[in-house]
Design a protein around this ligand. Sequence first.
Ligand code: FES
Length: 170
Amino acid sequence: MVIVRPPAPAEDTRQRVLDAALKRTGFRQDALIEVLHAAQNSFGYLTPELLWYVAARLRLPPSRVYGVATFYNFFSLKPPGDHTVIVCEGTVCYIRGAIKIAEGLQAAFGAAPGDTSPDGKVSVAIARCLGSCALAPIVVIDGQLIGKTSAEAAVERVRLALGAPAEVAP
Ligand code: FES
């Protein structure tokens, strides 16, 4: 029998949050996505140790856990960048230009959706409807929701978050 060690000491708050999620869901295999969410929220991203631990506690093959973690773009197997941008690609935001926003962010910072820029400063994640469709299209930059935005405005907001001086219109 393979013994899988917890990713963090038992008294570590992140570990306690993950173990609480496992317990709350009754170690059910069909709660895999919920448990992976708890793991990512707690640890920031899904390390190989976390995936092995979740697989062992849910008695699932590690390949299945890895497959689910890589299938959904809201899971990340890499550390997040210094600044995170969530682009809503729900139906309303999609119709109002969400794809252009994601493309603009990628062109400006080199961060593809679901990935982090090569310098580790900006991560871009994609969400499906953040529940504020009246403000579409929406991005969330470092936890702050910004509605009725555009690719140019989103890029400028991220530049400001990175400490760059604001671009002054001629
Ligand atoms: S579709 Fe983006 S908030 Fe609903």
